[in-house]
Design a protein around this ligand. Structure first.
Ligand code: HEC
Length: 189
């Protein structure tokens, strides 16, 4: 009995020494990520997280325009007269490689402008695997120019599985809910 207890104490001592050693190793490895560019984490499926991600990415400067579309191109109903549409890198790579669906993490941002070129709204489609299998896993948001969410008549912010957006966009389900131009063409080259 007594011997066993001694062994237990000794074992505890070993464990705590190992824990100290582990602690030192951890602090050494903590320095390493700073040396490599950390990948930008995928935003959460909230309007606030999406908006913060767009601003943090400086998407207007760093993302590409939808291939074949310039800035302030003429749009149709319901989004407005003048549109500018951006894709993040994941979406652009998929589009240019001729994919027929967008991958996890793809983000498409469409800015809606008034006829006098003032920004009226920013709409977003963000693909998250497993988010909404019935509608190709798209998360939708609609923001006012200051970044706040536009509101539905019941006062709810426009983010998420928005029936209005989904029901119209599913008309182009075969094109992964995207209207602007056909996927699968390798960038229209
Ligand atoms: C009545 C149909 C309709 C509704 C409702 C609608 N959209 Fe669209 N959406 C379109 C069309 C059509 C386009 C292509 C725009 C163009 O080129 O004129 C488009 C384009 C887009 C795009 C660019 C990607 C693409 O599909 O080509 C985004 C992003 C978008 N819509 C988001 C939204 C969001 C968010 C909502 C809901 C708040 C919404 N849409 C509601 C028809 C609709």
């Amino acid at each position: 009995m007594r011997i066993r207890r001694m062994t237990a104490v000794a074992a505890l001592a070993v464990v705590s020494v190992a824990a100290c050693g582990g602690g030192e190793t951890d602090s050494a490895t903590e320095d390493m990520p700073a040396m490599t560019a950390a990948p930008v984490p995928a935003p959460d499926t909230t309007g606030a997280a999406i908006w913060a991600h767009l601003q943090g990415s400086d998407y207007q400067a760093n993302w590409g325009l939808w291939p074949g579309k310039g800035q302030l191109y003429t749009g149709g109903e319901p989004h407005g007269m003048l549109l500018t549409t951006y894709m993040n890198d994941a979406a652009m790579e998929a589009f240019n490689s001729g994919a027929t669906t967008m991958p996890e993490g793809a983000i498409v941002v469409k800015e809606n402008y008034m006829p006098d070129s003032t920004l009226a709204a920013v709409t977003v489609m963000y693909k998250r695997s497993g988010y909404n299998a019935d509608h190709n896993d798209w998360f939708f948001t609609k923001h006012l120019p200051d970044g706040s969410l536009d509101q539905m008549p019941n006062g709810m912010g426009m983010e998420g599985r928005l029936p209005g957006c989904q029901n119209c966009h599913q008309g182009v389900r075969a094109n992964d809910y995207l209207f602007t131009s056909p996927l699968g063409g390798g960038g229209g080259n």
